[in-house]
Structures are given as structure tokens and as C-alpha cells.
Write a protein that binds this ligand. Structure first.
Ligand SMILES: C[S@@+](CC[C@H](N)C(=O)[O-])C[C@H]1O[C@@H](n2cnc3c(N)ncnc32)[C@H](O)[C@@H]1O
Length: 275
């Protein structure tokens, strides 16, 4: 239990290229529809926070060509991938961690965050810094997941993988099952107005889409062993079964459910009036 682990458990850069690309194929159409129905006015400055490899940053820049779009990530490797992938002229990429400080971009009127908060320990600091970095009435669109993955026919090894993932991340002070705490956060913070809320949960159909199960689990295999949550044999048995599920044409698999939150930031003075 002595190993020190970075709070971002997953691979970055080239080492997570395939998984992030498959995830984008699975979720992007739903994310695009969510953003389209949530933006009645054309934004002028957009932040894509935790942009990863920049797939959604690039789409935001195409969708809103009059806007300046900034992809933010804490990881330089991820930003290198984003820069290599991005061809739009109205995009820039900046390294920043909202748990560490404010970003001076006060004209930001649209913020997009997908699959990021599950990797963030201190949401209070993250949101405090974010709210100081954007226009007082900016729109904030968030898509974050809740566990578990599921499949039919149900599978004990997949259930074990879900349990281990939650145990490991809780031990590290994170919450991969973040829908309930996120809902609690936005309903108990006077700085947010909830405009709309929705869930989405795409079905994983092809072996490639279903490979998300083992591609995600393999990245937490070493930490699980190192921290004593599972033996190497247990981890290998789970991985073998997740590969079987991916290749079994009779299994249907659900990706992680996402909550889609359409929020407006409230200025401090308005927030006080709402109390
Ligand atoms: C799973 S990826 C999601 C990428 C992208 N949003 C998407 O949906 O394809 C999570 C990203 O969040 C970044 N990240 C994690 N913690 C962060 C923080 N505190 N500030 C900025 N980025 C962070 C990671 O480096 C990683 O690139």
C-alpha cells in the first residue's frame, strides 16, 4: 500500500489514443446533440476543460466558427495530441489545472466538461476557480458518468471489475460513480442555475465498441494489484472475460450512463439574492 499514485489513473498521449478515439465515436453524436440544444445564442469564447485529445474541441470550433475555442488540459501529452489533431484556426490549447488556480479569461461564455470530474479530487476548488475564470452568466455544460458498466447476459467478472474500479478510485479520493455527488453539488451550490438535466447511455454494439470494457480495465490493473485490491490472477481472469464479452456477438453491453447538465453560472450578487 506504499505506492504513490497520480490521481489521473489512466494513460495519456499515444498510450490512450485508441480508447479515447473509440469513446469519442460512442459518445460524440449524443454530446453534439446535447450542446446544440443547449446553446440558443452563439458563444464568443468557449473553454473545453479536460479536452483530452481534442475531438470535441475541434467540433466546437467548427460548430461555432465565430467563437474563440480554448482546449484546456492538465497533461502536456494530451495537449500535444490535441494540437496534432486540430486543424481549425479559431482554436488554441492551454495547460491548466482548475484545482490549482484561476485562468484569466473573463470573457468565456460557454464551458464544456466531459469525462473530467471523475478524475478530480477537489470539486470545490475546481468549481471555485472555474467560476472566477468565466463571465458571470456563462453557460456550463457537463457530461459525467456513473457506474456500473453492465451486460446481458449478466457476468460476474464484469460486476467484479465494476466493484474493483469503484473501490480503487474511492481509496484515491476520487469518485468514478459521480452522478449522485455531482447532482448533490449542483443542487446545493447557489452559484449554479440548472437549466436542463438529462441522462444518456449508448449501447456498445461492435467488438471494437465493447473493447472499451477491457481497454479501460487494463489501465487500472497495475494500481489494483499494487494497492492489494486484487491479485494478478484475479485481474487476468477479469481481463480474459472482458475480452470474451467484447467478442461474443450474443452479449449486449451498456456504456457508462452520463448525466448531461446544462447550467448557468450565477454571479455572486444574484446567488445571494436567490438565498
Ligand atoms: C477521460 S479524458 C476526457 C477527454 C475529453 N473531455 C473527452 O471527453 O474526450 C479526461 C481528461 O481530463 C484531464 N484532466 C484530469 N484532471 C484535470 C484537471 N484537474 N484539470 C484539467 N484537466 C484535467 C486529463 O488529463 C484527461 O485528458
Amino acid at each position: 500500500m506504499s505506492q504513490t499514485l497520480n490521481h489521473y489513473l489512466l494513460n495519456v498521449g499515444e498510450h490512450d489514443k485508441t480508447r479515447l478515439s473509440i469513446l469519442s465515436d460512442i459518445y460524440n453524436s449524443g454530446s453534439r446533440a446535447f450542446i446544440e440544444r443547449s446553446t440558443s445564442h452563439a458563444p464568443t469564447h468557449i473553454l473545453d476543460i479536460g479536452c483530452g485529445h481534442g475531438q470535441m474541441t475541434q467540433w466546437l470550433a467548427k460548430q461555432f466558427p465565430q467563437a474563440q475555442v480554448t482546449g484546456i488540459d492538465v497533461s502536456t501529452e494530451q495537449l500535444d495530441m490535441s494540437r496534432a489533431n486540430c486543424t481549425m484556426p479559431n482554436v488554441s490549447f492551454v495547460q491548466h489545472d482548475f484545482t490549482q488556480g484561476v485562468l484569466k479569461h473573463t470573457a468565456v461564455d460557454l464551458v464544456y466538461i466531459r469525462y473530467v470530474l471523475l478524475h478530480v479530487k477537489n470539486w470545490q476548488t475546481f468549481f471555485d476557480n472555474l467560476l472566477q475564470s468565466i463571465a458571470p452568466d456563462a453557460k456550463i455544460l457537463i457530461e459525467e458518468p456513473g457506474f456500473p458498466f453492465f451486460c446481458y447476459p449478466s457476468n460476474e467478472q464484469l460486476e467484479k471489475a465494476n466493484r474493483l474500479g469503484c473501490q480503487l478510485t474511492r481509496q484515491l479520493g476520487l469518485n468514478y460513480d459521480c452522478i449522485e455527488p455531482l447532482w448533490h453539488k449542483v443542487t446545493h451550490c447557489e452559484r449554479f442555475k440548472i437549466n436542463q438535466v438529462n441522462f444518456t447511455q449508448p449501447l456498445l454494439k461492435s467488438p471494437e465498441e465493447k473493447s472499451i470494457l477491457w481497454r479501460s480495465f487494463i489501465q487500472i490493473a497495475q494500481p489494483l494489484i499494487a494497492l492489494g485490491f486484487a491479485s494478478e490472477e484475479e485481474v487476468n481472469a477479469i481481463l480474459a472475460e472482458l475480452v470474451n464479452i467484447a467478442n461474443d456477438q450474443h452479449s449486449i453491453v451498456g456504456s457508462l450512463r452520463l448525466i448531461q447538465l446544462n447550467l448557468s453560472a450565477l454571479p455572486l450578487s444574484s446567488a445571494a439574492q436567490h438565498e
